[in-house]
Design a protein around this ligand. Structure first.
Ligand SMILES: *Cc1c(COP(=O)(O)O)cnc(C)c1O
Length: 479
């Protein structure tokens, strides 16, 4: 356990110098004073800088380590985007600033939302976008609300939402939170929702089909047009989970594949570092027929002016103010910086990198869906598990070797799953070093499997009871 800053306090030490007082001293009444001085630590600046720098080095982050966490797109985030988000006109703007009249000081801030929404609509092939949702799951909730409003307005009686068994857990969770029953369709040999079983399960009471394409196995569904036609013939809408757009940016648009609603995780694809519950943003795009149900206010352009439209059928907000505004600025800066060629290049390199790693590791780890992958690939540690070394042991062994582990035990349909997503920002050298570590671990499984059960041995904590740690959080310090 590392020392807390409190225990490092030394009486009389000081890290700040205040300017000489240039106003007269004001007396404060005793009723406002503390009975005894607050116990605030006393430090030099150097004490504090070292303390926090050392704490930060205990973490894994994209800025310190390769982080191939599948379905999470932990890519390098250009620092210039952070700088843009901190520009005074964005970072210091009060959210209650009037948008019209003499005090209107936020035209630029509104224009940024307007332009980002336009960009996302273009990239996803949608007719309109709202940037209000604060995360992917929040976007999914709004997306299903739009679909529910659509069916309600048409008088459709709908009870079910269809998801493939490879889907991200938030998909069925969202649909069931919104009151739908879930129908799960199994994955076929080709690595995506079985078309024949889907056709059998489809019925008049299906409200929506929620999919991601490429799916969480990194497989692009070859039958997506058929699925879309079948769903629409029952007036069911197609929902695209676009948490990870890396594989399709500038290549294919969900709207052109028949999807009616999409959410995008800006904190995966568009340059906002995430993890540990950091700020996110899950904009939602939709086709024309759902526009009346979008939340308000929406930024609209009236002549040369940007205004807020608050009128609509469902004029409810789904967040306070304008969502996670700083994340939106970062995403917009990223989109402008990359340009359309740059975004297409992201997709090409993300897919190339994932395929490179897949081919390098295939001789050592079982690959349940052995085909060209998109932005990520899923191995199984089933061969290693026969020797008593499980995906969790491999993940922990990677920590000792200086890597954040890939996603393990997801998707649920692959036993001992290890889901690797290198992203476009990694070099061949970095991927090679990681692959060599994976190969060395595979060899250790043969030679000395027990040594892998102790890992990690180089970190402040070793094996944790992860369930208990999440359920019974204990953040108190005891000496
Ligand atoms: C990350 C992710 C989500 C959820 O996004 P959050 O921002 O974590 O709520 C949904 N679907 C897929 C496929 C994801 O990878």
């Amino acid at each position: 356990m590392s020392e807390l800053l409190f225990t490092k306090s030394v009486k009389g030490r000081c890290g700040a110098s205040l300017p000489v007082m240039d106003v007269s001293k004001a007396e404060m009444s005793d009723s406002l004073r503390r009975a005894k001085p607050a116990e605030i630590g006393e430090y030099s600046e150097l004490d504090v800088v070292r303390h926090y720098t050392n704490l930060s080095l205990k973490n894994f982050s994209v800025d310190t380590h390769f982080y191939p966490l599948g379905s999470c797109t932990m890519k390098y985030n250009p620092k210039v985007c952070e700088k843009a988000a901190r520009l005074d006109g964005f970072g210091s703007l009060h959210p209650m600033m009037p948008v019209s009249g003499a005090l209107d000081r936020c035209q630029g801030a509104l224009e940024m939302i307007f332009e980002l929404e336009k960009h996302l609509a273009e990239v996803t092939g949608m007719d309109a976008v709202t940037t209000q949702p604060l995360a992917g799951a929040h976007g999914e909730m709004l997306g299903i609300m739009l679909i529910a409003s659509y069916h309600r307005a048409k008088g459709n009686k709908k009870r079910y939402v269809i998801v493939p068994d490879s889907s991200h857990g938030t998909n069925p969770a969202t649909a069931s939170m919104m009151g739908y029953e879930i129908i799960t369709v199994p994955t076929a040999d080709y690595g995506d929702m079985d078309l024949d079983i889907f056709r059998e399960k489809m019925n008049d009471e299906v409200a929506a089909v929620m999919m991601t394409n490429p799916n969480t196995l990194g497989v692009f569904n070859p039958y997506i047009k058929e699925i879309s036609d079948i769903a629409h013939s029952y007036d069911a809408l197609l929902y695209y989970d676009g948490a990870n757009l890396n594989a399709i940016l500038g290549k294919v648009r969900p709207g052109d594949l028949g999807f009616d609603v999409v959410h995008v995780n800006l904190h995966k694809t568009y340059a906002t570092p995430h993890g540990s519950g950091g700020p996110g943003s899950g904009p939602v795009g939709c086709k024309e027929k759902l526009i009346p149900f979008l939340p308000k206010p929406a930024v609209v352009k009236n002549g040369e002016k940007f205004e807020l439209n608050t009128k609509g059928v469902d004029s409810a907000r789904i967040t306070s103010y304008f969502g996670n505004y700083g994340v939106l600025v970062k995403a917009y800066a990223y989109a402008l910086m990359m340009g359309s060629d740059g975004l297409r290049d992201v997709a090409e390199k993300a897919v190339l990198n994932a395929n490179y790693m897949m081919h390098r590791l295939k001789p050592y780890y079982h690959l349940p869906y052995d085909k060209t992958c998109m932005h990520e690939c899923v191995f199984s540690a089933s061969k290693q598990a026969e020797k008593g070394v499980h995906a969790l042991d491999i993940a922990k062994a990677l920590i000792d070797r200086g890597f954040h582990p890939p996603t393990v035990y997801f998707p649920l349909i692959v036993p001992e799953a290890m889901m690797v997503e290198p992203t476009e920002t990694e070099s061949k050298q970095t991927m090679d070093i990681f692959c060599e570590a994976m190969i060395e671990i595979a060899e250790m499984t043969e030679k000395d499997p027990d040594s892998l059960h102790e890992a990690p041995v180089t970190r402040p904590v070793t094996r944790l009871d992860e369930t208990l740690a999440a359920r019974q959080v204990d953040v108190r310090y005891s000496r």
